[in-house]
Design a protein around this ligand. Structure first.
Ligand code: XIL
Length: 367
């Protein structure tokens, strides 16, 4: 263990130095070297990244993480399916290894997530008879799950995405018609926050969702948040997932969203930031014949400009934005390589496939 950590530290230093040389070669205007995103933004908010346990074992990626970020989110390891595969069995190993890495290096951890309609374990909604469970049973299961997971990491995880993506995709509807909703009605949301608060009164608790800048969705998320706040449910913040693209959101919609949500007296975090080079699509499909996934200079520039635009807004609203987290480390691998289009490469992050800073990176740190 100690040898590994030493190696990682040496490598991170190496990368920082390389970064400095790179800067020197690129531009004389660059005066400050050996800095990472977290350092440029130290007077603003923590800068996080979604990770897998495997990425932390890879010395190059671990070094990049340590030089750039000061917060981690487990990309999958704490979701209910992976961490609680059977009713009476938890699988802690992956989640533990991420928290241990964070502890060893003084990084914060955002827990993700406690209640979601995706990546649920098979046993969750069914009883021993194979039939759907009652509301009472499901809420008891939710409570046991939340209590066990939060308690294990109490004091080591400062914030939790308690409920994820509960608003419907259909603009004419309110809550998503998930099994959570079908079995428990709206109560599962309130209860999830109450159970989480009970398990760790110091944890900062979030509702987290995507497309929150689109006016139709924004309004419905606002309604939900307002209901919770008015009912004195222990919610502290809202996560804008920020799975964006070079086409959206525009600055006006982003600002409106931050203002509207924070007017409720809650914090805003950017929880899953990436800027796709393709327009938003929801349903999975394969790459069509002749469809290009080339990362052209034009796309790279548009992406850098979009990154500059959104970070300008984040800085302007630093009084309500308490964290910005990227969803994956570099373009070498991103979840958008498989979703929504299978077999199409995406390039949504600030580091390229060789872990080098992209144009967008320099736009984000030069302000
Ligand atoms: C994604 C992961 O990145 C993938 O590895 C996994 O296959 C599916 O989930 N919104 C969320 C995240 O809240 O948990 C999702 O993460 C991306 C969308």
């Amino acid at each position: 263990m100690s040898i590994n950590l030493k190696k990682i530290k040496q490598l991170s230093l190496c990368i920082i130095l390389q970064g400095g040389l790179l800067l020197n070669n690129r531009s004389t205007a660059q005066t400050v070297q050996s800095k990472g995103l977290k350092d440029y933004y130290k007077d603003y908010f923590p800068i996080g990244v979604a990770v897998s346990p495997q990425s932390l074992k890879d010395p190059q990626q671990a070094a990049l993480i340590l030089s750039q970020f000061n917060s981690l989110t487990p990309e999958n390891a704490m979701k209910m399916g992976p961490i609680h595969p059977e009713e009476n069995r938890y699988y802690w190993k992956d989640a533990d290894s991420i928290v241990a890495f964070a502890q060893a290096h003084g990084l914060r951890v955002r827990g993700h997530n406690l209640c979601w309609h995706e990546q649920t374990p098979d046993w969750l909604f069914k009883g021993a008879d194979g039939k759907q469970v009652t509301k009472e049973v499901l809420l008891k299961r939710l409570k046991d799950h939340i209590t066990a997971v939060i308690s294990r990491y109490k004091g080591k995880i400062y914030a939790w995405d308690v409920v994820n993506e509960a608003i419907d995709d259909d603009n004419s509807k309110f809550l998503r018609n998930s099994l959570w909703y079908q079995i428990c009605g709206e109560d599962f949301i309130v209860k999830a926050f109450e159970y989480a608060h009970e398990a760790d009164p110091n944890a900062v608790l979030f509702y987290n969702d995507y497309n929150t800048e689109r006016p139709e969705k924004r309004e419905r998320v606002y309604q939900l948040l307002k209901k919770l706040v008015d009912a004195k449910v222990p919610i502290n913040g809202v996560g804008l997932q920020a799975h964006w693209s070079i086409y959206e959101p525009d600055q006006k919609d982003l600002i409106e969203t931050i203002k509207r949500f924070s007017s409720l007296g809650i914090k805003v975090q950017i929880t899953e930031l990436d800027i796709s080079i393709y327009p938003w699509e929801k349903n999975k499909r394969s790459l069509r014949p002749g469809e290009s996934d080339a990362y052209t200079a034009d796309l790279e520039k548009k992406q850098a400009d979009k990154y500059a635009e959104v970070f300008k807004v984040f800085r302007d609203y630093k009084n309500v934005i308490s964290g910005v987290t990227f969803w994956n480390i570099s373009d070498k691998h991103t979840w958008l390589d498989e979703y929504p289009v299978i077999g199409r490469k995406n390039y949504p992050l600030l580091f390229d496939q060789n872990f080098q800073p992209k144009k967008a990176y320099w736009q984000v740190v030069n302000f």
